[in-house]
Design a protein around this ligand. Structure first.
Ligand SMILES: *Cc1c(COP(=O)(O)O)cnc(C)c1O
Length: 420
């Protein structure tokens, strides 16, 4: 059982709120750095290990810079994400460009940055060749289809839109080889928020075996394998974190049995995790605006789905602490809601909490990945600020909250008066 403790005091939060009103996401830099070091140490037993942080999980350049300092690259999937990496100083082969349904200009930008381009479909080889020219290094994304069981968030691989089939991989690498591509990688991403370490070891085994077959048949040599992201985090108090060293050791064993035994070493091992890197180190801080008693009891907060979609979208569990009431009995049952005109705008349903009062501060846990990033402006809701808690206890705003002016920024109202 993991205790859902907090890396800050109520006094610290009051101090931050005095400067930056709620709601906001607060990120714990110390937690992020320590976790990055744990991951690197565990996976360091693998040949040429490199993590590319999945930028979509927390697309903030300050966070990316921290992770760059810890030795991580960036996994990007759009032009703005490539630009974020570039502005953070992450360029060249420290960028993995894993996109799908990709426009030509994004391939061109990725190539210009010297990024590793990870192709999602066999037709993209020719598309890339025509639009930007084939680079010396290319990677393909494999969709194992019914060979691999899926999981709840990402679904079954055979229903997923991503990647090449097995047969297409042979055809694709052959085409690239004949067109002069010299360096090759293989990628897959078949899980999301997966807590079972064996899942990743099995994925590695499937990819290693495939590399043996493709290398033999085509006479090409693979430089790396990218096992994707998808390592889960313990959102619920009764769940345990995924032990990195169990995955790393399991992958190391498969590597010896398959890659080394077939004389295909060295093969570098890459990951492109997002959630497990920053997820547990983010907190949505929100104030209770109203308490409502009808057929059920509701705690209405000043945050909403625009700040955190996961509960409304997937029914995902996010732990909630009523700040300063950690020792009180959770004897009251509430739905914790936002202010959207959408009934699934709830952070929790039938959640047992201590008695909540207007003005209480709620801490919604594990919002450091796929939290702020998924925000939107539906119903005229504005996205919140992001604040970084530094290791020395100081804090800095790393993204301001949106204002009504931001909401109107894309509208040209000058012609409205004369428009009819
Ligand atoms: C979303 C995504 C990731 C990161 O997934 P996490 O579950 O956050 O680790 C990595 N690679 C690709 C291609 C993705 O789409």
């Amino acid at each position: 059982m993991v205790l859902k403790t907090l890396p800050f005091t109520k006094e610290k939060i009051s101090e931050i709120i005095a400067q930056y009103p709620t709601p906001f996401h607060l990120y714990d830099e110390k937690g992020i750095r320590e976790n990055a070091r744990r991951l690197k140490e565990a996976f360091g037993i693998l040949e040429g290990f490199q993590e590319f942080f999945a930028v979509k999980a927390l697309p903030n350049p300050y966070i990316m810079k921290i992770l760059k300092e810890e030795g991580f690259g960036a996994d990007c999937s759009s032009l703005p994400e490539l630009l974020l990496a570039e502005k953070t100083g992450i360029i060249g082969e420290l960028i993995m460009f894993s996109s799908n349904d990709t426009p030509a200009e994004e391939f061109r930008k990725a190539k210009e940055l010297g990024a590793i381009i990870n192709l999602d479909d066999i037709s993209h080889i020719k598309f890339l060749e025509d639009e930007a020219g084939l680079p010396e290094l290319l990677c393909c994304r494999y969709n194992p289809g019914p060979l691999k069981e899926g999981n709840a968030i990402i679904g079954k691989p055979e229903d997923a839109k991503y990647g090449f089939t097995r047969e297409q991989l042979f055809e694709g690498y052959k085409y690239m080889r004949d067109k002069g591509v010299k360096r090759f990688g293989l990628h897959t991403m078949v899980a999301s928020n997966e807590l079972n370490p064996n899942y990743f070891i099995e994925t590695a085994r499937i990819l290693f075996e495939l590399i043996v077959e493709i290398s033999r048949e085509l006479g090409i040599r693979f430089e790396f394998v990218n096992l994707g992201g998808g390592i889960g985090i313990p959102y619920r108090p009764e769940q345990e974190p995924v032990p990195y060293n169990v995955i790393a050791r399991g992958v190391r064993e498969e590597y010896a049995k398959i890659i080394e035994a077939n004389d295909l070493a060295p093969l570098k091992i890459y990951l492109e995790c997002g959630r497990v890197i920053t997820g547990p180190y983010g907190y949505l801080i929100t104030k209770v605006r109203h308490i409502k008693h009808i057929y059920k009891d509701y705690v209405g907060t000043d945050a909403c789905m625009a700040n955190l979609m996961r509960p409304g979208m997937y029914g995902a569990y996010h732990h909630i602490t009523v700040l300063g009431k950690e020792k009180e009995q959770p004897a009251f049952k509430y739905d914790v809601t936002g202010s959207l005109c959408e009934n699934n705008d709830k952070f929790a349903v039938d959640r047992m909490l201590p008695e909540v009062k207007r003005g209480d501060i709620l801490v919604i846990h594990d919002t450091g990945a796929h939290g702020h990033a998924m925000g939107f402006n539906y119903n005229g809701k504005l996205r919140s600020a992001e604040i970084l808690l530094r290791p020395d206890g100081s804090f800095v705003q790393i993204r301001r909250a949106e204002t009504v002016d931001d909401y109107f920024a894309t509208l040209d109202l000058d012609n409205l008066a004369s428009f009819s």
